[in-house]
Design a protein around this ligand. Sequence first.
Ligand SMILES: [Zn+2]
Length: 449
Amino acid sequence: MDTEIVRRSVHDDVPRITDELARLVAIPSVGYAGYDPATVRASAELTRDILARAGFADAELIELAGGHPAVFGRIDGPPGSPTVLLYAHHDVQPAADPAAWSSPPFEPRVRDGRMFGRGSADDKSGIAIHAAALRALLADGPPPCTVKVIIEGEEECSVEHLPDLVAGHAEQLRADIAVIADGGNYRTGEPTIGTSVRGMTSVLVTVDVLPIAQHSGTFGGPLPDAVMSLARIIASLHDDDGAVAVAGLHAFPWPGTQIPEEDFREESRVFPEVRLLGSGTIADRTLSQPSINVLALEAPRVDEVANQIVPTARAVVGLRLAPGEDPGAATRALAAHLRAAAPWGVRVTIEPKEPAPGYMVDLAAPALRAAREALGAAFDRRVLEMGSGGSIPLVPMLAATFPGIEVLIWGAGDHRSNWHSVDESVDLADLERMVVAETLFLGRLGREG
Ligand SMILES: [Zn+2]
């Protein structure tokens, strides 16, 4: 496949790519409980239509009992050619505070070459890449390899139905190579392959001190309250330098590309006077060490304050895991720590949430070499290899279900994409280059297979 021909054909397709992405972004497909599930179904249906028109003629919804629909399509290559599975997800994070956005989160707008809107990067850009890459591939002739596509409908909100989707549809999804378009570039215009994902787990910890609230004047003094008890438990999770204090968690020095502290500070937008926690390099701390954050806290609201001894309080404690960590063992270590940290004999109940392991990509795999070449050609730049501090539970599950599968993680998002935050956006020139890269990758894969 000639790089220039692909580049031109994709460039001519840009209005359509942009339009498809905008139509996807306009659907508020939030899968969390409390949001209208019909929107997720609508985005599944639009995704199916886009994929069908791109060349996955029989694209269809996969229904998951009690879950949001995924979308599947396939187009067969010559017998004996490799099978590649393209992945993205069509559900998005909520846009909790629309007023904080520069433009409404579900009304896609293009400013300075970027499309703004919830899901523009994470991960509707992935759908746009896969559809456009198939179009460009088919413009060159019949597909040289078997291409399957799976667009998940609840990546952001749940892993409950993931085993049903992957193991439950193993024959349908089976592939030699998976392309996960849910990653991104380190910087705008700097092509990046994802090399690892962290695992994750979380627990709901509930502290109970007494069966009902009591008058803080009559009983205050001898009685602890639930909030101060929970605060002590939470405080025990880190040492004074902010390093994770839970014993027995896996960590290792990050072997790949390092991340300058200035870049990290700039990207995170942390206030300059705030000290960074833990020790080791930024890459160690974000990619190959565990991290703990309190994700939610429940106690009386300030607006509803009363002079009472608070009887119960709860928090969700999230734990990110180094690749290779056993998430079950890590969850047990966290639970044991929380129990042991409970002061004054207060009652502590721990409810673990769905854990997911991390994953290290095999950079020596042939598909990774092909991907590096395709990405380098599309961007005309040296390709970076970076780990991700985030988690993609699908990745370890694919590896477990299809032993030997080569997994590739990339995407069109970048450091300015504001993943999960306000003013999410994607760079449209990088989106175009990602389509070129994926087209070249698929084309060359077939030829080598
Ligand atoms: Zn995502």
